[in-house]
Each structure stands twice: as C-alpha cells, then as structure tokens.
Design a protein around this ligand. Structure first.
Ligand code: HPA
Length: 249
C-alpha cells in the first residue's frame, strides 16, 4: 500500500517512538531482505504525514551490527517515503562537539564490516555504482539546519561521521586514529544506512545527537552508559521541534 508520506524518521538509541504523532497506524512490511526492525508507524505530525521506524526495535533489542538496514530502507521506500532523516546517537571526537550537541554531518568514513551494504549483493540484481562523494542530500541537510535554527536549536553544520561496528565503544587508540583520519563524530549506525538510501534515490540526512565524548576525548577515564542515556534524553527532546519546523518549510 502506498501512502503519501512527507517525511520518514529512523529513530536511534533513545528514540523508540515519535512523541506527538497523531492518528498512528502500524504497518508491518514484508521485504525481499527479511524483516525490518519493526512496524513502521505512520501518523500525522505538524500537519503532515510522517513514517517512523525505531532502528533498534521499539524495545532496543537489535544491536547496530544486527540491524537489517536494507529491510528498513526498503520498507520506508515501499510505503512511499522519499525523504528520510536518520536520528543517530554519537560520540563527539571534535572538542566543540561535546555531550548534547546536535550535528548535521556532511561526510562519512565507514569502518564497519560484515554488514549487507548494498541492494546489489543479491543474485541477479543490477549492479549500481552510486556517486557517494556527498553522502547526505545537501538540500535536506540545509533544510534541517535552517529548521533547527527556527526551533531555537543550535545545530552544527557539517562534520565527518565515522561509522564503527559496535556494539562495544571504541578504544582510545581507535578514536585517536579516527581523529587523524578526519572524523569529528563516531557512531555505530550511520552506515550502511546512508548508502542504501542513495541506492534507492531517497533524500537522506542525519541528525546526530552527541551523547558523550568519544574515548579519550573528554575528562572521564571511562564512559558511563547512564550518562550517555541522560545526555541522549536531553538531546532527543529537541528532535520533534526541529522536525516540526522542517515539515513547515
Ligand atoms: N562511540 C560509538 N557510538 C556511540 C558513542 C561512542 O562513543 N556514543 C554514542 N554512540
């Protein structure tokens, strides 16, 4: 069934349902790639139709390396979504991207492995070599930054998202290497999601919520999961107002 969906949102850690979604209807989508992370919830928000999918499942049962990114993206596309915002919890590597910062990254370095990274690695599929020089859709990124500004949230424009395998956090040496590589943020779910969106010609941008300083980048000797979730809860509260402004534009 095809709906007219103005925006799809993939919620990351800390965002398992979409606050303020009216008239929600659940859609279970069968995909050629197996099950998505759960039902897609379609409803009204800020006068528009939006689709929401919890990347890790609504009870956070899927670790980053076991998320079926292909099924998720295929399901949203199948339901009629053409613009997708991925909300991702991240660690900050750059000194000005500390806990609770909100960043709209513009580049990616992929350190993940063993994930299905393409719709082409199915027997008989057409092989597509997508241009990925700019991994996020520039117009959607800019609209997101402008929307944040209107919502009174100082979202930072640009940054390189380093995608790691997880589910463990990184060593200091790994983060030091990522810093040398040019990464500003580290997260576990940014890839292959962005590449799959491009293969389906979807507009895609990432709203990265900084939950902690990455290993060795802050003052703490250890990263506390409780703190991560406390910072995430604060940053996550800013997401609906930003997306309401985005939908208005
Ligand atoms: N590393 C990887 N992913 C993350 C982190 C981190 O420090 N914080 C939140 N997601």
């Amino acid at each position: 069934m095809t709906h007219s969906i103005d925006l799809a949102v993939i919620g990351g850690s800390g965002l398992y349902n979409f606050p303020g979604l009216e008239n929600p209807a659940r859609q279970s989508v069968e995909t050629p790639y197996g099950p998505a992370s759960g039902d897609v919830v379609i409803g009204d928000f800020a006068g528009h139709r939006i689709a929401f999918l919890a990347r890790h499942g609504e009870s956070h049962t899927l670790p980053p390396h076991r998320v079926n990114y292909r099924a998720n993206m295929w399901a949203l596309h199948h339901l009629g979504a053409r613009k997708v915002i991925g909300v991702n919890a991240v660690g900050g590597i750059r000194h000005d991207m500390g806990p609770r910062a909100i960043v709209v990254p513009d580049q990616i370095i992929d350190y993940t492995h063993g994930r299905y990274t393409s719709f082409c690695d199915v027997e008989g599929a057409e092989v597509k070599h997508i241009d990925f020089s700019e991994p996020y859709t520039a117009s959607l990124r800019h609209a997101l930054i402008a929307a944040a500004q209107k919502a009174g949230v100082a979202a930072m424009d640009g940054g390189c998202y380093g995608a790691t395998q997880g589910p463990r956090l990184e060593t200091r040496a790994e983060i030091a290497r990522m810093k040398r590589d040019g990464c500003d943020l580290v997260g576990m779910t940014g890839m292959p999601e962005a590449a799959l969106a491009r293969e389906l010609a979807l507009d895609y941008a990432c709203l990265a919520l900084v939950a902690n300083f990455a290993a060795g980048c802050g003052d703490e000797a250890e990263i506390s999961i409780e703190e991560i979730f406390a910072h995430l809860a604060a940053a996550t509260a800013e997401v609906p107002p930003i997306l309401a402004e985005l939908l208005k534009s």
